[in-house]
Write a protein that binds this ligand. Structure first.
Ligand code: PLP
Length: 382
């Protein structure tokens, strides 16, 4: 075969393409903020919050400074702290468990399902037993909608109810996806998302949001977001943070939210093309009936030992890949002293050796995607 690889490097996520599409509208939105100068809690913040709430069907949307702060604000508002156990998947980004440790509570790791990469509801009861045996009080569970696919929220809610757990959905990668005709944000007791630039709905820096239908919880979160303020900012009724979303980021997000539904459709079309091109050569992700994914990542699985060769072969053709996540949290230096629930985390360990993510963004055109599919097929056959 005398195939000459195209040397032009492909971006893993092409933020420039969206910038070209929306540039003028975003420049104008930023210019409006620069004109009125209300950089903190300007009018664009409340506007975005009502747009986000309407988009996902939650009663309250509360914007904040990052996805990590979104998770943290909810745990603080729920008063979760020392002696409490919060159940987290081990196969996730560290922030899911980091916030639990930050409030002084104990993350207890639960395994995930191999097909969905998401928290296995069957792991919750055994993990609660582990927590109780260790003298901890089971308080909450933080399912993650990993790579954009919703977790099995009904099964998790049922298992959580049996243990009287608060459910905080970490939808940092999944915001925009739906589960049985409900959008993430309108499902769990509270939901946190991130607007980090590489997330499906990203801003031009750090940002995040919390969704809940609980009026009291929303009020406490809003207070903690501004130093635990009471009737005004010089009345401090609790310990809080500086965790607001910048007005400029809110203005940018409002423009991006307008095209987000179209982008989700594009992501889904691209995911389907990957599945058609690669489904018989790797384990490609599947979306259960009644779910939609926003495809934060397109992550395939290969037998252990195969992915490094694939990554190297693709790299020579200018095609980037990424490993999300090479080390599950229960084996990370910062987290390995925290308990693992009875039942173990064998699937998390296995996935960490098998996964590899391919370029995925709404502006990946068909010829470029064919180049990727072709290169993956050649590498895996060779
Ligand atoms: C990105 C991410 C976060 C944290 O969001 P930041 O905005 O980066 O703080 C939390 N959980 C998961 C699963 C994430 O992917």
């Amino acid at each position: 075969m005398n195939r000459r690889p195209d040397p032009a490097p492909i971006p893993f996520i092409d933020l420039q393409a969206q910038r070209r599409r929306l540039g003028g509208a975003i420049d104008a939105a930023v210019a409006r903020v620069l004109t009125h100068c209300q950089f903190v809690m300007g009018p664009e913040v409340a506007k975005l919050e009502s747009e986000l709430a309407a988009f996902c069907g939650a009663r309250h949307a509360i914007s904040c400074a990052s996805g990590t702060d979104a998770l943290l604000l909810v745990l603080m508002a729920k008063g979760i702290g020392p002696g409490d156990a919060v159940f987290c998947p081990s196969f996730t980004f560290c922030a899911t468990a980091e916030v639990v440790a930050l409030v002084g509570a104990t993350p207890v790791f639960v395994d995930v399902e191999a097909e969905s990469f998401n928290l296995d509801p069957k792991g919750l009861a055994p993990a609660a037993a582990t927590a109780k045996r260790l003298g901890l009080k089971p308080k909450a569970v933080t399912p993650v909608d990993l790579f954009g696919l919703p977790a099995d929220h009904d099964a998790i809610a049922a298992a959580a109810k049996a243990e009287n757990l608060f459910v905080l959905d970490d939808a940092a990668q999944g915001f925009g996806a739906s589960y049985k005709n409900r959008k993430l944000g309108a499902i769990a007791d509270a939901c946190a998302t991130s607007f980090f630039p590489a997330k499906p709905l990203g801003c031009f820096g750090d940002g995040g949001a919390i969704f809940t239908d609980d009026d009291k919880l929303a009020e406490v979160i809003k207070s903690i977001r501004v130093h635990g303020q009471g009737s005004d900012k010089y009345d401090n009724v609790r310990i809080g943070l500086t965790a607001r979303l910048d007005t400029i980021q809110a203005a940018i997000l409002s423009e991006k939210l307008k095209i987000f539904p179209e982008e989700i459709v594009a992501r889904d079309r691209i995911a389907q093309r990957y599945a058609e091109g690669l489904g018989n050569i790797a384990i490609t992700p599947t979306v259960p009936k009644g779910y939609t994914s926003v495809w934060a990542q397109y992550t395939i699985r290969l037998p252990k030992g195969r992915r490094d060769g694939l990554a190297a072969a693709l790299k020579t053709e200018g095609i980037p890949t990424a490993i999300y996540y090479p080390i599950p949290l229960h084996r990370q230096q910062a987290y390995k002293h925290f308990p693992v629930g009875e039942g173990g985390v064998a699937v998390s360990d296995r996935l960490a050796d098998e996964v590899i993510s391919l370029p995925m963004h709404p502006y990946l055109d068909a010829p470029t995607q064919d180049r990727i599919i072709d290169a993956v097929r050649r590498a895996l056959k060779g």
